[in-house]
Design a binder for this molecule. Structure first.
Ligand code: WT7
Length: 656
């Protein structure tokens, strides 16, 4: 860990925003930012209450601001009533009904535009359709869909009737889908026949059928299928309903369900340090407020912007910066079905050119792969509409940052490197682009009103230029409310006693001499592979469930494009395969197994076999040692306690 700290800390380049950018920025200049920070410090509740009144249309105004009486189960604006879909749609009808809300570009480059008026009508219609299936406030609805206008309609329609959606990324397997449906006891699943990605048809409805066939999903009474690809699918007349049949004849207006501010808007499953994913539960009012203020402050949102966040709605980024934040702000945004490399690695740049995108938000892993596949390609397109760039999901290496800045942004656009998490709901640490001079690789300073700190094991603040745990010391409106069905795990994971009531993010970080935050990595057994969060335990227990496997340990190792690659060390029940062909075959089988059980993103990049795993005397797997081996570094740890040092030689063997 310390080597990576040193290397990022050597970064000395500083990029202040241009005077022209500062002048037009929503938060303009350091003095303005500092005044906001001071206002939050002096009257924390008053600060957030004012923002909540200014940004959200309340059906019934709140009087209570922050309730900490049942900490860490915090409540914000609890006696206020609102509807999130009303805030994203209806509020714009009087002022800008004919403004384009969505510019949807399909995999095959077909473009469909939807205005706020049309989107409102479609959401109402689908909300009525859900009500016709007796789906109501508080019911859980699982959404397993491609990027589409329909998936946004589905999420917004759930919000409209107070149903709690849980979007499952379309790349997850039937097993993962099954577990999430069961954990949420969902009453309905909204899906599509298939999705189109990179010119290929990838089935979705068949995965839902498989998930239900695994059992434990008796709560599901409706499966609503949007026809995207025209694929032949199995039809179960008892459960299955076509989207187009269900909306036929439904009214295009629909009275929203007014809910109180703490009503759960959604559950989103994410990996933690145990084998079981956590259902992160978000609120309505506090979450919406976070999505809105971060749009204004970090993305410097202007009504004339064409906003494009490339994230899939299966991740939190697609919730906050595709489905909710941009619509609540009344933005015009691009929504993209396909992948960045189809038909070639110029797709993003071509789309920025054709839709005149002003604000572009993507992941470091995408940037790195596009550098590799066509570092000169952006120069073939007119990217002069861009005014702001953003990244999210993992640390961005300074080389990729510089390329993004000079080649894509033509040294004109500030880059906002946004640190946040599924659990925080919106940006927590990110440069306000009209305020902060950026440094490549640093997410810089917290948003005004977000109280971050770096502490040691005892929860005490550490001095600058010293590493520690990243914590948020005061509750904030957009934070996770609980883990669905497991409040104790919520308390233990995020508010361990040593942290003195602060929210423990699970990242290590340090501040430099200017107070800029540098994220160093996770402190738990969580990997970031292509910006996706995967628990090593999840992959280990999946491997161990394979009939061939006795035991498995999973670690990460640095990867040029993906950030981290997954390396699995496996002990088989039978003999260790010896010749290269046998090793390859077993490894391929196990990779396919993990792909089938969790999803292709969790497939180990490398599998190594040993007769045993290195363990301490108390039987704990020596993961640090495995990490060293995976990286191919020299072993400097003490291995004298190992029962069988010869296994280290076995585990060092890489067969490709
Ligand atoms: C973890 C959260 C936030 C939406 C997408 C990921 C890492 C996130 C950054 C960044 C360095 C980052 C952290 C964090 N991370 N953004 N800008 N710089 N690391 O959400 O899947 O919940 O993952 O992603 O490790 O804890 P997530």
């Amino acid at each position: 860990m310390s080597t990576s700290i040193e290397s990022v800390m050597q970064e000395t380049r500083v990029f202040p925003p241009s005077a022209a950018f500062v002048e037009q920025a929503n938060v303009s200049g350091m003095a303005a930012y500092e005044a906001m920070c001071r206002a939050a410090e002096q009257d924390y509740e008053g600060y957030w209450a004012k923002l909540a009144r200014e940004n959200i249309v309340w059906h019934k105004p709140f009087s209570a601001v922050l309730d900490e009486s049942n900490a860490p189960f915090f409540q914000w604006f609890a006696d206020g009533e609102l509807n999130v879909s009303y805030n994203c749609l209806d509020r714009h009808l009087a002022t800008q009904a004919d403004k384009t809300a969505l510019i949807f570009e399909a995999d095959d480059a077909k473009v469909t535009r939807v205005t706020y008026r049309e989107l409102h009508a479609r959401v109402c219609q689908f909300a009525n359709a859900l009500r016709s299936r007796n789906i109501k406030k508080g019911d859980r609805v699982v959404i397993y869909m491609p990027m589409s206008i329909e998936v946004i309609v589905a999420m917004q329609a759930c919000a409209r009737i107070g149903a709690i959606h849980s979007v499952v990324f379309g790349g997850f397997s039937s097993k993962s889908l099954n577990e999430r449906i069961e954990d949420a006891t969902a009453c309905a699943v909204i899906t599509a026949d298939a999705q189109m990605r990179g010119g290929k048809v990838m089935p979705l409805k068949p995965v839902v059928d498989e998930a239900l066939a695994m059992g434990g999903c008796d709560s599901v009474h409706s499966i609503i299928v949007y026809r995207r690809a025209g694929s032949e699918i199995f039809w179960n007349a008892k459960l299955d309903l076509w989207w187009h049949d269900l909306i036929a004849g439904q009214d295009t207006s629909c009275e929203p369900e007014w809910v109180n501010s703490e009503h759960p808007l959604f559950i989103l499953y994410t990996s933690g340090s145990t084998g079981k994913p956590k259902g992160v539960q978000h609120s309505s009012g506090g979450y919406l407020l976070g999505a809105m203020v971060s749009m204004k402050w970090v993305f410097d949102y202007k009504p004339s912007d064409i906003f494009w966040c490339t994230a899939d709605v299966g991740w939190v980024t697609g919730h906050s910066y595709v489905c909710y934040g941009p619509l609540a702000m009344g933005a015009t945004q691009v929504v993209f079905e396909g992948i960045p490399t189809f038909p070639d690695a110029g797709r993003f740049w071509k789309m920025i050119q054709s839709h005149k995108v002003t604000t572009f938000y993507t992941a470091p892993t995408a940037i790195r792969s596009l550098i590799k596949l066509g570092g000169e390609l952006p120069k073939q397109y007119d990217l002069s509409s861009l005014r702001l760039l953003g990244t999210v999901g993992e640390p961005i290496n300074p080389e990729a940052w510089m390329w993004y800045y000079t080649v894509v942004g033509q040294s004109r656009c500030p880059i906002v490197d946004t640190w946040w998490q599924t659990e925080t709901g919106c940006h927590m640490i990110a440069p306000l682009p009209g305020v902060v001079a950026t440094k490549p690789g640093s997410c810089t300073l917290p948003l005004p009103g977000i109280m971050t700190a770096i502490v040691n094991e005892a929860g005490e603040a550490v001095p600058r230029e010293q590493g520690g745990f990243l914590v948020i010391t005061r509750p904030f409106p957009s934070q996770i409310r609980t883990i669905w069905g497991d409040p104790e795990r919520y308390r233990k994971s995020y508010f361990p006693e040593d942290m003195r009531g602060a929210y423990l993010a699970g990242d290590s970080a340090q501040c430099d001499k200017d107070g800029y935050f540098w994220i160093m990595g996770r402190i738990d057994d969580v990997l970031k592979v292509s910006g996706h969060r995967l628990g090593t335990m999840e992959i280990e227990s999946t491997l161990a469930a394979n009939p061939l496997v006795a035991e498995a340990a999973v670690v990460g190792k640095p990867h040029e494009i993906k950030g981290e690659a997954i390396v699995a060390f496996v002990v088989l029940k039978g003999a260790r395969p010896h010749d290269a062909a046998a090793v390859k075959q077993v490894a391929e089988n196990l990779r396919a197994w993990v792909g089938e059980k969790i999803g292709p993103i969790a497939k180990p990049d490398e599998i190594r076999f040993g007769d045993n795993l290195p363990k301490t005397r108390s039987g704990k797997i020596m993961r640090r040692l495995l990490r060293t081996i995976a990286r191919g570094d020299e072993i400097t740890q003490d291995v004298s306690t190992l029962e069988n040092p010869a296994i280290l030689e076995q585990l060092k063997e890489v067969v490709r």
